[in-house]
Design a binder for this molecule. Structure first.
Ligand SMILES: Nc1ncnc2c1ncn2[C@@H]1O[C@H](COP(=O)(O)OP(=O)(O)OP(=O)(O)O)[C@@H](O)[C@H]1O
Ligand SMILES: [Mg+2]
Length: 250
């Protein structure tokens, strides 16, 4: 049988979809990864083999082929470990294909079955969102991925397990993973406060009206009259940005 797990390849800041296909058949026991991967992708075999062994699921003595499609696009990085391992768990009957169909998967494995942080959780989460899927990423990347602000309609959400065991338990329903929270970017208290401004009641009122109604504002006045000072205090009276809004202005 062939298992399919969706992941991404990074080209600059763009995340292109990659289909990880895992095939297991009788014959000489081998484990090959094809699909134009770099050295880190080729070495993935050893990490996957050791990680699965560590959780008590040694690879069966079969002919295992992993294809990273599209096969003509170069793939670099160690984040293919987890999708390859999950594909193997599907062909071994430990996980179900339908569970994984809802997700895009990234993550590097350590030899003891833990899932290590990888770069690019945010673009991967945005790509997943655009394709109506959730994201499975390392625990350490959860707060970064949560910045993408998954759509309500997206059934998958973000899963950030610490280890393969934690992920398998989540799908079995024995230990459900909590959705990661976006990390805080700025501390609201560090922003300049409107009370620093002496007098200027009209200008302050205009600032409040602009903030409340989302209007544009033009300030005219001689140098040193406090225009820049007033403008710097506008964010302090606006409601906090949602993660998605923050991404938009950065
Ligand atoms: N109403 C005020 N209350 C307290 N301090 C003020 C006030 N108006 C001006 N100041 C002081 O004057 C300084 C200069 O103001 P600011 O730089 O905001 O002027 P500006 O209108 O932006 O000038 P420019 O046109 O040269 O850019 C401020 O840093 C602040 O210390
Ligand atoms: Mg100024």
């Amino acid at each position: 049988m062939v298992a399919r797990v969706e992941t991404v390849a990074f080209q600059g800041v763009e995340a292109r979809p990659v289909d990880v296909q895992v095939h297991m058949a009788g014959g000489m026991p081998t484990f090959t990864v094809v699909g134009l991967g770099d050295k880190a992708v080729a070495e993935s075999r050893e990490r996957v083999r050791a990680a699965l062994h560590a959780i008590g699921l040694g690879l069966p003595p079969k002919r295992i082929t992993v294809n990273l499609a599209p096969a003509d696009m170069p793939k670099e990085g160690s984040h293919y470990d987890l999708p390859i391992a999950l594909g193997l768990l599907v062909v071994m009957g430990v996980m179900s294909q339908t569970d994984l169909d809802k997700f895009i998967v990234i993550g590097e494995l350590s030899l003891d079955g833990q899932i290590n942080a990888v770069a690019g959780a945010l673009p991967a989460a945005m790509a997943a969102n655009a394709r109506g899927r959730g994201l499975i990423c390392p625990e350490a990347c959860g707060p970064e991925a949560a910045w993408a602000g998954m759509d309500e309609a997206n059934v998958g959400g973000i899963l950030a397990p610490r280890s393969i065991i934690a992920l398998v338990n989540h799908f079995k329903g024995t230990q459900v993973l909590a959705e990661p929270q976006p990390m805080k970017a700025t501390d609201a208290r560090s922003q300049p406060d409107l009370r620093d401004i002496k007098g200027q009641e009209m200008a302050k009122r205009a600032l409040e009206v602009a903030a409340a109604g989302g209007h544009n504002m033009l300030m005219v006045g001689p140098p040193g009259s406090g225009k820049s000072m007033l403008a710097a205090r506008l964010p302090g009276i606006l409601p906090p940005l949602s993660p998605r809004e923050m991404l938009g202005i950065r």
